[in-house]
Design a protein around this ligand. Structure first.
Ligand SMILES: *Cc1c(COP(=O)(O)O)cnc(C)c1O
Length: 357
């Protein structure tokens, strides 16, 4: 720390991203929930020399091309969508716009690790609501909080999903407060809250192109809400970084949003690979939470989460382990290609043989 850093940031514990190794040549990377598949072929075609040669010009601050494509795909008006530099930026703007001393943020003890970081960088005191013993969310715990509520649905890193009727109940019981539903993983089997957008003016749905649209590196996320709330978020964006989406990402997002066929193909492949991986690991004695995402959260009675993580790492398979006491027995495994999953199963077999109790 330099002697110049503002005192208000001296205690901030930044978010720790999953490792992004320089060379992934022989590494099987199952640690950050990226897609194993390339972006839509239409994305690759559209990012041509003619578009690259326009990089001397600023990008469209209204990101119209990608907003219009999403509007078509999702069936909401363009005025109900705002793009972020990743959904992380949407989250940041939401904390900034809708949290203060009278409206502290509120979220689960085990959820996306960025929520507590945003709370701390904006000087807020979040209320942390523990998940139930079985890691599910109890909707009643979120009733009448008079706080700004953040719920990842499906949740990370558990992979568990909350029903639409539970979400509806939470919205109903917090009519004077914003409820953000983070749907980063919804395309892999969750129930979206999008149909509630026009019924509840306190709802923000947050989505990303990073997982189900194969564009983590393009940094594209978006908020869907009513026009007034979107205007509030735009106020944050235009007071911070009006050109938050670069030219090439706007084009990539447009093409990815429009290519429904390729999107469905990739999502179905991931879901199939997930179901197969779950069934193979369960045969080997793993306990796995019911995942509606592109990752699984698994533990085995014979080996600790940390040891399993390290043993996989020695076999060049990178997964994620969290130190938090409640979940330290688990590892989070991203669902990759069929070949990657086959290798994971072989590695698990070898490791379990060496650790037999
Ligand atoms: C991955 C993830 C995000 C962030 O995604 P971006 O790459 O910033 O769009 C947000 N929320 C959850 C729950 C995630 O897992």
């Amino acid at each position: 720390m330099s002697r110049f850093l503002s005192a208000r940031y001296s205690d901030i514990e930044p978010y720790t991203p999953g490792e992004q190794p320089k060379s992934t040549a022989q590494l099987i990377k199952l640690n950050t929930n990226e897609s194993p598949f390339p972006p839509s072929p239409n994305v690759i075609k559209a990012l041509n020399e003619s578009e690259i040669s326009k990089l001397n010009l600023y990008s469209d601050p209204d990101t119209k091309d990608v907003v219009d494509a999403l509007s078509k795909t999702l069936g909401v008006s363009p005025s109900q969508i705002m793009m972020g530099n990743g959904s992380d930026e949407i989250l940041a703007f939401t904390f900034q716009a809708f949290c203060d001393r009278e409206h502290q943020p509120c979220f689960a003890d085990i959820t996306y690790g960025f929520y507590p970081v945003f709370a701390s960088i904006f000087g807020l005191q979040p209320e942390i609501i523990p998940l139930r013993e079985d890691f599910t969310i109890c909707a009643e715990d979120y009733f009448n909080k008079n706080k700004t509520i953040f719920i990842a649905n499906p949740n990370a890193p558990t992979g568990l999903s909350l029903s639409l009727s539970d979400i509806k109940n939470i919205l109903q019981h917090n009519k004077d407060n914003i409820v953000l539903i983070d749907e980063a993983y919804v395309d892999f089997g969750g129930e979206t809250a999008l149909p509630l957008i026009n019924k509840y003016d306190n709802l923000i749905v947050c989505r990303t192109f990073s997982k189900s649209r194969n564009l983590a590196g393009a940094r594209l996320g978006f908020a869907v809400s009513n026009e007034q709330v979107i205007n509030d978020l735009c106020k944050m964006k235009f007071s911070f970084n009006p050109y938050n989406i670069n030219r090439l990402s706007i084009i990539a997002g447009r093409e990815a949003a429009l290519d429904t066929e390729y999107f469905n193909f990739c999502v179905e492949k991931i879901i199939k690979a997930r179901e197969k991986t779950v069934s193979e690991l369960k045969k080997r004695g793993f306990f796995i939470l019911d995942s509606k995402t592109n990752f699984i959260f698994a533990r085995h009675p014979d080996i600790s989460g940390e040891n399993f993580y390290n043993a996989l790492r020695e076999k060049n398979i990178l997964v994620r382990h969290f130190g938090n006491e409640r979940i330290k027995d688990f590892v989070r495994i991203t669902i990759g290609s069929d070949e990657q999953m086959d290798k994971l199963i072989i590695a698990a077999d070898e490791i379990l043989k060496e650790n037999k109790k």
